[in-house]
Design a protein around this ligand. Structure first.
Ligand code: MSP
Length: 569
């Protein structure tokens, strides 16, 4: 995308009925990484996250805890959901709560428009509802219960009994949008990604759509319908509207025009809401559909979708307390193909932390800084003539930048990291092959020989003052050659160390959206801030332009970026 374009990206808004687990954190760090990349590329970026606070699930959780729903959500949002962003180092631009006035008021504006346009009607409804999903379940997701739920119909996702609801509802004429939706998927093949998710959506919509119940009248924890206050708006459609109300829908048309449409990243469990219902609602209201919906897979623990209700939930702090937020971000974003399911295990996390972050990247950084201190008094040396091996590193960096940018455009964060990691691997191989310590050893040896020869010239000269001119000239030629050798080794060493430092400079920029803390530390150690400014200000798509780190800059010592982890839960 050309720099400067608007890039608005969202996470789903989370149910704060419970505390966050690593699955929620996964979506958030993925979206944060995509947003950071675009922000650093100069795109007009906006990242939104938030909480979905209405609905029956919330009402029941509050009742079970003996407080009002508002008290319950206020407590969870401030004690668990805001802190999650700190824990994972998420740099969101906004946080929307569906109980905020900016949301409630404009959701009503939206539905009034739909009602006035004739897309809503009143009807009777009877169907099986899952409070866990906050959804009337389709046949395909209703299964027979087992164990304590023998004889009951249960939700295929939550394995909990479904409730038969029979009430007067208002309906949205979703069925009228089948053709327009199919046309959308056809004309914009990337509207739903990955393509496996797209195919699933197309086949679902091709089978026909039923009208959607958009209100509930048996409880009042929600946004009242403007034309019939005895109904509250169905929590899912209330929630979907957050993406629009947060950027000014209904109240600030200028901001809305600047930001909208958005890209939505969601777990595959909620794809249909985003790829079917949401665009249809927008079409009905005459608003542009989203730019795209990307469905990622599930984190599996012990082969099952990790979830709090099934007691497989792991809190993000369990990981960050031991490994840090960078490791959390790196691990989930690199180890799982974005769009597919991935299994979490402590062993895998620990092994990748050690191999890739500590030994791969961290060690490369410490070694390079240490060699700069040792061989060049901590000053970035001036590179001399580049050999083929040096130029190859430059090529690898350049390729990695364009490869990673293309992967990010395709929402494949894992592939982007793989592209960037080619630099880490290449530099580690380069250091082994160039053996700077050997260059230094040769330099020191040549320097010693030259000094010895100079001393000989001196003593010969003293002994036969003005005598054997021949001997003197031979020795002087030898000294000259030795000095040339010294300079050559010195120049080669400077070029090799500069190549490593400049490679690290590119790595700091490219990895900053993924591991913001370690790269900031590295940036400071490289002394880059002094001449290049802050890390966040480095244009990411130009990270491959060679020679940005200024020779003469002072580097500072670097404590290990990824220290050894002694214990794990
Ligand atoms: N409130 C709705 C979303 C409304 S968006 C308009 C909701 N909330 S949720 O808290 O239950 O889940 C939100 C998201 O958390 C999922 O879509 C998914 O992105 C993420 N995950 C929850 N469990 C997960 C895993 N086990 N694995 C990966 N992501 C998971 O649904």
């Amino acid at each position: 995308m050309p720099a400067g374009d608007s890039f608005y990206i969202t996470t789903p808004i989370y149910y704060p009925s419970d505390v966050p687990h690593i699955g929620h954190g996964y979506t958030s760090v993925a979206v944060d990484t995509l947003a950071r990349w675009h922000r650093q590329a100069g795109d007009d970026t906006w990242m939104l996250t938030g909480t979905d606070e209405h609905g029956q699930k919330m009402l029941r959780a509050a009742a079970a805890n003996g407080v009002t729903p508002q008290q319950w959500v206020d407590k969870l949002v401030s004690e668990s959901w805001f802190p999650l962003l700190e824990t994972l180092d998420v740099a969101n631009d906004d946080f929307i709560r569906t109980t905020q006035e900016r949301h409630e008021k404009n959701v009503q504006v939206f539905f009034q428009r739909l009602y006035d346009a004739g897309y809503i009607y009143a009807g009777e409804y009877e169907a099986l509802y899952c409070v866990g999903c906050e959804e009337f379940k389709p046949e395909s997701e209703i299964v027979d219960g087992t164990g304590p739920f023998e004889g009951l119909k249960v939700c295929a996702i939550h394995s909990k009994p479904l409730e038969l609801l029979q009430e007067k509802n208002y309906f949205f004429k979703l069925s009228e949008f089948q053709d327009r939706l199919l046309e959308l998927y056809k004309n914009e093949p990337d509207f739903v990604r990955p393509h496996s998710a797209r195919n699933e959506v197309v086949s679902f919509v091709s089978q026909g759509l039923k009208d959607l119940s958009i209100s509930r009248s048996t409880f009042d924890w929600g946004i009242p319908l403007p034309w019939d206050e005895s109904h509250v708006i169905y929590v899912w459609v209330d929630a979907l509207l957050n993406y629009a109300t947060a950027v000014g829908y209904g109240s600030d048309e200028e901001t809305f025009a600047r930001r909208w449409p958005a890209y939505h990243v969601v777990g595959k469990d909620i794809l249909r809401f985003h790829a079917v219902i949401w665009p249809a609602l927008l079409m009905a209201a005459g608003v542009d559909v989203p730019k795209g919906v990307f469905a990622h897979g599930w984190l599996l623990v012990g082969g099952e979708k990790m979830s709090k209700s099934k007691l497989t939930g792991i809190a993000p702090t369990e990981i960050t307390d031991v490994f840090g937020s960078d490791a959390y971000r790196f691990y989930f974003l690199s180890a799982i193909a974005f769009g597919q399911d991935g299994s979490f295990s402590w062993e895998d996390l620990s092994a990748r932390y050690q191999a890739e972050l500590a030994n791969g990247f961290g060690n490369l950084a410490s070694r390079t800084i240490a060699m700069t201190s040792k061989y060049f008094d901590g000053v970035v040396p001036d590179p001399h003539v580049y050999d083929e091996a040096d130029v190859e590193i430059q090529r690898i960096v350049e390729r990695a930048v364009s490869g990673a940018d293309a992967a990010i455009e395709a929402f494949r964060i894992d592939e982007a990291i793989r592209e960037i990691w080619t630099i880490v691997d290449a530099l580690n191989g380069y250091i082994t092959a160039m053996a700077p310590w050997a260059l230094e050893k040769n330099r020191v040896a040549a320097e010693n020989e030259s000094a010895e020869a100079a001393a000989t010239v001196q003593s010969v000269g003293d002994a036969i003052a003005g005598g054997d001119v021949e001997v003197n000239a031979e020795l002087r030629a030898a000294i000259f050659e030795l000095q040339v050798a010294v300079e050559h080794q010195q120049a080669r060493l400077a070029t090799v160390i500069y190549t490593c430092l400049e490679g690290l400079r590119a790595l700091a920029v490219l990895l900053s959206p993924v591991i913001p803390q370690a790269t900031r530390k590295l940036w400071v150690a490289l002394g880059a801030e002094q001449t290049l400014g802050s890390l966040a200000a480095q244009p990411i798509r130009e990270a491959g332009a060679w020679g940005k780190l200024a020779p003469g800059t002072k580097v500072t010592s670097l404590t290990p970026l990824f220290p050894r982890v002694e214990s794990q839960p």
